[in-house]
Ligand binder design. Structure first.
Ligand SMILES: [Fe+2]
Ligand SMILES: [Fe+2]
Length: 153
């Protein structure tokens, strides 16, 4: 009986047969700016891939894809901020720079064998994205809608 309880506890703490929690698209992420919504769907998909990767999976290609995406995603928003003369560009730019630096640093740690750190980053990116979309990206999308700037991918 006691052995069974220990085995049950071990199965629960290791995730058991349950699928790991992923990151699903939420309609609250929609900012009604198609190229931004599209790249945000891509972000969610990449973070989800990291979150649901099985324990034996090689996370390096997934981290490489996340680095490539993050550089392209932030560069696109940067271009829009500059071309549309978005007033708080510096604040949004700083947040992007800090976040990209973390993603790149974690990619290198994962490549050096610390897969757990990649999974931790992915978990932390879920609330980070929620907040970033609702604040900085929302402000940029609102500015673009107000000014009529033609934001393209
Ligand atoms: Fe964004
Ligand atoms: Fe952003």
């Amino acid at each position: 009986m006691e052995t069974q309880a220990v085995e049950t506890a071990a199965a629960v703490t290791s995730g058991g047969a349950q699928a790991p929690a992923g990151m699903a698209w939420q309609d609250r992420y929609l900012l009604n700016l198609a190229p931004m919504d599209d790249i945000h769907r891509e972000f969610v998909s990449l973070v989800n891939a990291l979150l649901v990767a099985p324990p034996e999976a090689d996370l390096v290609p997934l981290m490489d894809a996340l680095v490539e995406h993050t550089e392209r995603h932030f560069a696109m928003e940067q271009r829009w901020m500059e071309e549309s003369h978005f007033p708080p560009t510096g604040c949004h730019e700083d947040e992007h720079s800090r976040s990209l630096a973390v993603v790149v640093a974690v990619r290198d740690k994962v490549a050096a064998g610390d897969a757990a750190l990649g999974r931790t980053l992915a978990r932390e990116l879920v609330p980070w994205f929620d907040n970033h979309v609702a604040s900085m990206d929302w402000a940029l999308a609102s500015w673009i809608a107000r000014t009529g700037y033609a934001a393209t991918a």
